[in-house]
Ligand binder design. Structure first.
Ligand SMILES: [Zn+2]
Length: 304
C-alpha cells in the first residue's frame, strides 16, 4: 500500500484508491472518520463511514452514499464522538491504520481507543506537543461536578460550554441525573445520540434548570451578554485547549476544565509505540513538533 501526501491524503491499494477525510477526483472511494464540520466534504464517490456518521453528515447538509462492500477494511472505534472510526486496511500481511481524530480515554459511554499493531500508521497530532499532558479525566470531571454542586448550593445556574456535537453530549451524560437543559442546536444532535441508546435526559426549556449546555461560540452574543450581567450565572469551558490560560479568558468563563475528545501527548505516543509501525505519518495540529519528537525516539516519522 502507498500513502500519497497532498491536501487530502490518499491510500493506494492493489485494487482501489481511497481518500482520507476528503474528496479527490482521482480516487475510487473516500473515508469519513466522523461528522465534525471540519472533516465533512461533498462528494459523488461512495464513502466508507459508520451509520451514525452518515446520518449526522446528512443532517449537516452533506449527503453521502455509504460504501459497505470493501472486505479488506475494519472500522475501529476511535472514541472521539458518536460514530467516529479509525480505518484499518489489510492487504496480505500488510496493515495500515489511519486514526482520524481519537482519544485513548474512556469517557462515559465511549470506551477509549485501543492501540493496534500495523506496518504504516497515519496519526492525528492535535495535541502533539509535550506541553499537552492532560490531568486524569475522572479527577477533572469530579472537579467540574464539585464546581456545579457549589453553584447549585449558592443558587447559581451553571452554563457548560462545549461543541454542539460530541463534547456537549459527553458532558450531559456525565451530568445525566441533574436538572438540565440545552439550546436548540445541541438538542438536534442529542436526538441522534438518544436514537443510538445513549440517554441524556435534557430538556429544551431553561426554566428551573440547574445546568444549561451551550456552545462556546454562542456565548458572545447579546442574549448571553445580558445574562452575564444578571447575577446568578456561572460559565465553564471544557477543552484540551484549557491548558492555555488565554483560552478560558477568550470565552470570559468563570471556570475551565481540561477535558478533551482528542488524545493528549502521552496517548499519541502510546498509540505510536504500541503500533510498532515501521513508518508513522503525522497530520493536524502540532504535527511538526510531534514528528520531530518521534524522530528523536528513532522512529521513522513523516510530517504530512
Ligand atoms: Zn473531530
Amino acid at each position: 500500500m502507498n500513502v500519497l501526501a497532498g491536501k487530502t491524503v490518499k491510500i493506494k491499494t492493489k485494487n482501489y484508491t481511497i481518500a482520507l477525510d476528503g474528496d479527490c477526483k482521482d480516487t475510487d472511494y473516500s473515508f469519513l472518520s466522523h461528522a465534525h464540520a471540519d472533516h465533512l466534504f461533498k462528494t459523488s464517490k461512495k464513502v466508507v463511514c459508520s451509520d451514525p456518521t452518515c446520518i449526522i453528515s446528512h443532517l449537516r447538509g452533506k449527503s453521502i452514499v455509504q460504501e459497505k462492500s470493501l472486505n479488506n477494511i475494519e472500522l475501529l472505534n476511535s472514541a472521539h464522538i458518536l460514530g467516529s472510526k479509525s480505518l484499518l486496511i489489510k492487504e496480505g500481511d500488510e496493515r495500515l491504520l489511519f486514526t482520524g481524530d481519537f482519544s485513548t480515554n474512556t469517557r462515559g459511554f465511549m470506551k477509549g481507543f485501543k492501540p493496534v499493531r500495523c506496518d504504516t500508521l497515519i496519526i492525528e497530532s492535535t495535541f502533539g506537543s509535550p506541553f499537552f499532558i492532560f490531568p486524569d479525566y475522572e479527577e477533572e470531571m469530579k472537579k467540574a461536578k464539585d464546581w456545579v454542586d457549589d453553584n447549585i448550593r449558592k443558587g447559581y445556574l451553571s452554563v457548560l460550554m462545549g461543541y454542539s456535537l460530541g463534547k456537549s453530549q459527553e458532558l450531559q451524560y456525565y451530568f445525566k441525573n441533574y436538572n438540565k437543559s440545552v439550546n436548540e442546536n445541541i438538542s438536534l444532535y442529542n436526538k441522534i445520540y438518544e436514537d443510538y441508546g445513549i440517554s441524556l435526559g435534557s430538556n429544551s426549556l431553561p426554566q428551573n434548570s440547574d445546568l444549561l449546555f451551550t456552545t462556546p461560540m454562542r456565548t458572545n452574543n447579546n442574549y448571553f451578554n445580558s445574562l452575564r450581567r444578571k447575577k446568578g450565572l456561572r460559565f465553564a469551558v471544557f477543552s484540551g485547549w484549557n491548558m492555555i490560560p488565554s483560552y478560558r479568558k477568550r470565552f470570559n468563563a468563570d471556570a475551565g476544565f481540561t477535558v478533551s475528545d482528542h488524545a493528549d501527548f502521552k496517548g499519541l505516543l502510546e498509540v505510536v509505540k504500541k503500533s510498532k509501525a515501521k513508518t508513522v505519518y503525522v497530520n493536524h495540529g502540532n504535527s511538526e513538533t510531534f514528528t520531530n519528537f518521534l524522530r528523536t525516539e528513532g522512529i521513522c516519522a513523516i510530517n504530512l
